[in-house]
Ligand binder design. Structure first.
Ligand SMILES: [Zn+2]
Length: 591
């Protein structure tokens, strides 16, 4: 029964592939004016039989949950069919309809302006081109499963191309993508980047460094390999044939974006020499590398295959991103870059930060995931009061879940077992994404206990984090140094702009919130004393009243503000030297 239906599937697939393989898609990207930030793109489609073809530019880049409208950077769109000019028109913000009138060969040309520095947008100047594929290549509507070839013609002073795409043997700077999902998941760096390689977990890794910097190649080869090996150990396999790190070194840089067999990292050019800077870079490497399993393969059901024309909604970014933020710390510890104490301190800092986020009492982490498109990626002055980051809260939930699984199984299992089982079940066996219910079911299967109250309280709810209980399971004492204290708290943040002190944030339910200070107010004086750089409460006490004079839209106003006590926690952790054997078992498994 199983074999028969599989055979049927193979026949259907091969018939489908023969029919589809009549259509051929090829791109050529060249650079006439890189100094003005332009690329010329040519797209050749052959094997067409219809009256028209719609070509579309994605509106977003997977991994970065914001509609970015990449088609806004396209100009000079032009089309010919069988060598002759044809009519075309715009039919959607990101789509052009080319009336090819059954002609088999359609050639489309356009110019692309690229001047936004980030890991998910293209940037071109006289020194290099970074091509973020979703904003470069158009796809013929309905043909996302088609293979394509990409030929890069570097500018005359450039001599290298770095990408995760498969090279075509014998053809310079020419690559193939088995389908558009792979093409869109493969950024391309063109220029004179410094390239070096290392082997880890049996996979060749290439590092392409743009922008120079004080990095030590030999040291990076050894240390990046350790991270690769720790990640591979969790999942039991490394699914790539080769992997490419594209690193952009800037005066101040950061951030990264994950791809199937590559990543783009932003780094600070001269940050590699300090311990903090170096570990920060390795942390980023660990984060993006871990994503090759968690989110690029093991993924929420909405995240692939993608809809490139619209938002793709999921309530699970707390697993996709938050757990990755958690695992970057685990990989750093297991690779020996941080101590047990550093590890615990980092985790307690994460709990501390979420506990002190007012928005964590308003928005659940499932809601935060779903609304990433309109909230996390579009923050405003009130975001801290109304939203929680699925990175930060997801990291905390990773910690709690990991400890709870180890506790429930007396140290026999951990979150690693859940992640590996999910990878095997949904990516490898079923070849699809998971639902929230399926993720919860796997946690329950591995731990042997119900996680319904965990989900109600922490995933779909906004309950306070029981840090003493969870860390206590692992023999770690966490205490709040602010407990029992009455510390006056104004709840106002400000910044100096052009010599003026401007209010930039008001914390929910704080003294400033209750008594009416607003964001954008210019701070003039407190009790008649001019504000120099920010408000200093000095020896003021809870219950004292201040007169804060502000300039609001050109009008002077005085506000009486009565100081309330702050509600923030200040958590510190310590490994309990007298922890029970049971707690030590949990700790050992968790670490
Ligand atoms: Zn991430």
């Amino acid at each position: 029964m199983k074999k028969a239906s599989l055979l049927g599937l193979v026949i259907l697939l091969s018939v489908g592939m023969t029919a589809k393989s009549q259509v051929k898609i090829g791109f050529e990207v060249s650079f006439k004016e890189p100094q003005a930030h332009y690329a010329e793109v040519e797209m050749n489609i052959s094997g067409l039989t219809k009256d028209y073809v719609d070509v579309k530019m994605p509106v977003w880049a997977p991994g970065s949950y914001l509609v970015r409208e990449f088609s806004k950077s396209v100009e000079g769109f032009n089309a010919t069919a069988n060598g002759k000019p044809v009519k075309y028109e715009k039919v959607r913000k990101n789509a052009w309809r080319v009336y090819s009138a059954k002609a088999s060969n359609v050639k489309i040309k356009y110019r692309l302006y690229a001047f936004e520095v980030s890991v998910r947008t293209s940037f071109i100047d006289d020194s290099h081109a970074f091509l973020s594929s979703t904003g470069v290549f158009m796809y013929p509507d309905g043909m996302l499963k088609q293979p394509s070839t990409v030929k890069i013609i570097p500018f005359k002073t450039w001599n290298k191309v770095s990408t995760g795409l498969e090279p075509v043997a014998g053809q310079a700077f020419t690559y193939t993508a088995a389908n558009f999902d792979i093409l869109y998941d493969s950024p391309i760096e063109v220029g004179n980047q410094d390239v070096f390689e290392f082997m880890a977990s049996g996979v060749k890794h290439e590092v392409a460094m743009y922008g120079g910097g004080n990095y030590d190649k030999e040291r990076l080869k050894v240390d990046m390999a350790k991270i690769v090996e720790q990640g591979t150990a969790i999942y039991g396999e490394n699914p790539n044939k080769h992997y490419t790190f594209i690193v952009h070194n800037f005066s101040v840089g950061g951030g990264g974006l994950e791809h199937l067999n590559s990543t783009v990292l932003g780094a600070s050019r001269n940050g590699y020499a300090s311990k903090e800077g170096y570990n920060g870079f390795l942390n980023l490497v660990a984060h993006e590398y871990y994503h090759l399993w968690n989110v690029k393969r093991l993924r929420p059901v909405a995240l692939g295959p993608f809809d490139y024309d619209n938002e793709n909604y999921t309530t699970n970014l707390w697993v996709a991103e938050g757990f990755t933020a958690y695992y970057e710390n685990k990989l750093m510890r297991r690779a020996g870059f941080i101590s047990d104490t550093d590890f615990v301190n980092q985790l307690v800092t994460a709990v501390n930060n979420v506990s002190n986020t007012h928005g964590a009492k308003v928005q659940s982490v499932a809601e935060a995931s779903y609304d990433a498109w309109i909230k996390l990626y579009r923050p405003n002055e009130n975001s801290a009061n109304t939203t929680v980051s699925y990175y930060a809260k997801g990291e905390v939930l990773g910690i709690l879940m990991d400890i709870e699984i180890a506790q429930a199984t007396q140290g026999a299992k951990s979150l690693d077992d859940v992640m590996r089982a999910m990878y095997n079940q949904y990516y490898k066996k079923l070849g699809r994404g998971y639902t929230d219910a399926e993720f919860k079911a796997m946690v329950e299967q591995v731990s042997g206990k119900s996680f319904t109250s965990f989900w109600d309280k922490y995933v779909n709810g906004t309950g306070p984090i029981e840090y003493e209980k969870y860390f206590g399971y692992a023999g770690i004492r966490v205490k709040d140094e602010n407990a029992g204290k009455s510390i006056p708290y104004l709840g106002l943040s400000s910044k100096k702009t052009e010599g003026k002190i401007i209010v930039s944030g008001i914390a929910r339910n704080s003294s400033a919130w209750v008594d009416g200070i607003n964001v954008n107010d210019e701070l003039i004086s407190v009790d008649g004393v001019p504000v120099q750089s920010s408000i200093d409460l000095g020896d003021k006490k809870v219950g004292d009243t201040l007169t804060i004079r502000v300039l609001r839209d050109g009008i002077v106003r005085d506000f009486k503000v009565t100081l309330k006590a702050g509600t923030s926690v200040k958590l510190v952790a310590e490994l309990d030297g007298n922890a029970s054997d049971a707690a030590l078992k949990v700790r050992k498994r968790w670490f």
